[in-house]
Design a protein around this ligand. Sequence first.
Ligand code: AHG
Ligand code: MN
Ligand code: MN
Ligand code: MN
Length: 296
Amino acid sequence: MTTLQEYLKNSGVYEDLSKIIILIAEQAAPIRAAFISNQSYAGSTNASGEQQAAMDTWSDTHITRVLARSGLVRAVASEEQNDITTFSSAAKYSVVMDPLDGSSLISVNLCVGTIVGIYDGDVLQAGKNLKAAFYMLYGPMTTLTLTVGRGVAIFALNTNGVYQLLEDNVKMPEGNLYGSGGLRTEWLAEHTKYIAEIEAAGGKNRYSGSFVADFHQVLKYGGVYAYPPTEKSPDGKLRLVFEANPIGFIATQAGGAVSNGVSNTLAITPAKVHQRTPIYVGSRGMIEAIEKIHRA
Ligand code: AHG
Ligand code: MN
Ligand code: MN
Ligand code: MN
């Protein structure tokens, strides 16, 4: 059995980076334990204008406090914090996070997760500069899907509280699952055409309302997760820094791709922490198909 610690050591990952990854991954257990007493809404809204679930703020505060105490982190940018929190300019790595993704599903006990990206230096960098990206998924198992730039590995938290390696060198197959956010009546012509092509080819709709859970299916079975631009929201819904980039880096490391429909979002240097982006992430063929439609 290979543990997360052994995997990171064998991957030659810098000590401080490994420590940050392990520190955040270890918060899965306390986060899972907090769900039962945090079912409601916090009564506040975040910088994206969303009502914050109690678990959004609980997990954000919890992870931020753990990182602050560690002395290992330069700065944190979170979906649930208006501004970047700076800890120590002497520290090397910065953390970007969606502390709880899919939080509208907590009260119906569906799969949610925590998405994290780690940069060497400051926060507002292009996703292609990520040194690590991972997500914890709170489902039947608690899993950790991780890349440190040497492929993708999946771990499961065992009954001893140890992350054991389930699968290494994960490769995203071509597949026909598709999940798309946005209201069908508000989709733009290119997206409508794209989905029609997928359905004509026998594509199966899999969309739960939790990006991290829907992406994990795409990583394993192949297909695409999309949150397209609409008339009302030309930049879609998902955030570039906390959602598209870490998941896009993982997808790319597994042989898949990420795009805003026109080009690779990992190449974009964010202008603002909470900026949104349309997102198509999944099997390479599926991403090439949407970019082809936009080139036509
Ligand atoms: P978050 O809970 O971090 O705000 O993310 C929710 C996102 C994403 O997880 C999900 O795919 C999408 O919002 C669902 O949006 P709709 O409710 O508009 O479908
Ligand atoms: Mn949210
Ligand atoms: Mn999210
Ligand atoms: Mn969130």
